[in-house]
Write a protein that binds this ligand. Structure first.
Ligand code: ZN
Ligand code: ZN
Length: 95
């Protein structure tokens, strides 16, 4: 039957199109920039601004920016808030 043949042909074409689309999609996924994955379970607002791998547990006084880990807050050279550059008089550990 001619009509049936045509339908099969059409179906084959569709299947191929779908396949190509799938390949395109997987290619797109593979080309995704990696940093996106990093930010997924990574809360940047809750991280030390100096060493991003540490959590920020210390707040600058008097400006009040919680932006440093304990290691950084213990460093003498950090005497200005990394966020607003206000002078740090003391650092408060936040629990
Ligand atoms: Zn730090
Ligand atoms: Zn500040």
């Amino acid at each position: 039957m001619e009509l049936e043949k045509q339908q099969i042909e059409k179906f084959k074409q569709l299947a191929q199109l779908k396949n190509e689309k799938m390949i395109l999609l997987t290619e797109l996924e593979n080309n995704q920039p990696q940093p996106l994955l990093l930010t997924e379970n990574y809360d940047i607002e809750d991280s030390c601004v100096i060493y991003m791998d540490n959590g920020s547990v210390c707040a600058c006084f008097p400006c009040g920016h919680k932006c440093m880990c304990q290691d950084c807050s213990a460093q003498d050279k950090i005497n200005k808030c990394p966020i607003c550059r206000a002078e740090i008089i003391s650092v408060m550990r936040i629990y």
